[in-house]
Design a protein around this ligand. Structure first.
Ligand code: ZN
Ligand code: ZN
Length: 269
């Protein structure tokens, strides 16, 4: 059994965990170590099961708790080399395992595969975790645009965590100055609800059982807007799984990730 833990997501912090066979991999540690410990406890995730901390990139909302957590858990930190170069000074004694921009690493029952993303960081990654039971989880956010590499990485997975950062109308009418609006919507920024809906329409396949919309902007989006844009697109392609929206301030209940052929048919659209 593979379980996805959505500890929290948004511009003030991102952290997820995937657990299978009693081994967990943390994807991003963008809250304080104490806050991640608190949220993991709320979710029923024993953090001592964390065998590695994967960091998608060095921005604080993805990495700020990593150094302390890695020390406390004695877990290695997996990052692209360029990301580590930015973080190394703060990481002190943490053990580093490099994962190339199109690399692969084995962690317990997981194969972690990475690909580069278009974002204004050193060497940002999207990642896919394949568990031995056939479940697989992709995590892709801080995507200026969905590149061919990201589409390829996220194909045929049983669960997807995908950015739905902003509603296009809310961004245009927000108090952000035009230069900031352009940065958010630009090729080094974030994915809109509409772009997420289009990408999910492309990525859908019969084995896709779980979609989690993530990294919602507090100023330019809401869970209702993201869901209202994405749910019809998923419905059109015949998605029969469950659609969740990650929250900034609290973890979601643990999400079982069914393997292909055992996808839950409970419609949550
Ligand atoms: Zn970022
Ligand atoms: Zn971010």
């Amino acid at each position: 059994m593979t379980t996805l833990y959505v500890l929290g997501s948004g511009s003030r912090g991102n952290s997820f965990a995937v657990e299978s066979d009693g081994v967990a991999v943390l994807v991003d540690a963008g809250f304080s170590a104490r806050e991640i410990e608190r949220r993991a406890e709320t979710s029923g995730l024993p953090l001592e099961r964390v065998a590695a901390i994967v960091l998608t990139h060095e921005h604080g909302d993805h990495a700020c708790g990593a150094a302390r957590l890695a020390r406390r858990l004695g877990a290695p930190v997996l990052t692209a080399p360029g990301t580590w170069a930015r973080l190394e000074g703060a990481m002190k004694t943490a053990e580093h395992r490099a994962i190339g921009l199109c690399g692969q690493a084995e962690v317990g029952p997981f194969t972690v595969t990475a690909c580069p993303t278009s974002h204004d960081a050193a060497e940002p990654l999207a990642v896919a975790l394949h568990a031995q039971d056939g479940a697989s989880v992709g995590v892709a956010y801080d995507l200026g645009r969905p590149t061919a590499a990201v589409r390829y990485l996220l194909r045929n997975l049983t669960a997807l965590v995908l950015e739905a950062n902003y509603d296009e109308v809310q961004l245009r009418t927000s108090s952000y100055p035009p230069v900031v609006q352009r940065r958010i919507a630009g090729s080094g920024g974030h994915l809109s609800n509409r772009a997420a809906a289009e990408l999910l329409g492309e990525l859908h396949h019969p084995g896709l059982g779980v979609v989690v919309l993530a990294h919602l902007s507090r100023q330019c989006n809401s869970a209702d807007h993201a869901r209202a844009t994405v749910a019809p697109a998923l419905r059109r392609v015949g998605f029969a799984g469950r659609l969740h929206v990650a929250e900034q301030d609290a973890p979601l209940p643990p999400i079982p990730v069914a393997v292909v052929g055992q996808v839950q048919l409970g419609l949550a659209l």
